[in-house]
Design a protein around this ligand. Sequence first.
Ligand code: IYR
Length: 233
Amino acid sequence: MSIPTTQWTPTHGDPYRPVPYRPERMPAAESLARAAELRERMDRRRTVRQFSADPVPEQVVRDAIACAATAPSGAHQQPWTFVLVRDPGVRRRIREAAEAEERVSYEGRLGEEWLAALRPLGTDEVKPHLTDAPALIVVFQQRYWLGEDGEKRKHYYVDESVGIAVGMLLSALHLSGLAALVHTPSPMRFLSEVLGRPANEKAFAVLPVGYPAADCQVPDLVRKSLDQVLVEI
Ligand code: IYR
């Protein structure tokens, strides 16, 4: 297995020095079969809010994070940091702080229209998944690059880049047999404090990761059909 050993720097690849890219072309029949199978497997992914406390194979989570870190990004600046939290005490602190914020949100900060939109999902301010799931992946976006000497460089399309990476993370976790949830406590500043992250990083989402609880339930969702989401011209 090839793991990169070169350390990225903001000027890596400057000046432009293209290298050949010649992936073997997949026969159409194989593409069709793989795409159909992948579509079905991805359709079986569900966001899980009730987790078993069973541990997960740690390397599966690391490999999924490595998959996420292959995402394309603005100017290839890879503006993400993934903090993998297994420590139960830290997970408890995150849960307490998240629930304190969520209580304010559900008691009025969200507003009636937002609360109505959430009703079919059955969410509330109680977040047991933050302590029940054996691992949390806290995703930070690097709003700018910060060198060891304090030098700053702008990052571009940070929201888009980190959003794509989280999508790839969810896919990798699911296809590796693990369940997850994208939790977005708001505001999320407490995550930088609890996890001691530097000033250039801003929390983006918290993903509890694990196996669904034996009695796990999920909302009765309907996904939009392909013809509702696809326009072909
Ligand atoms: N962040 C809150 C509220 C919430 C908002 C949306 I939009 C959701 O899809 C789900 C929840 C919470 O985590 O409960």
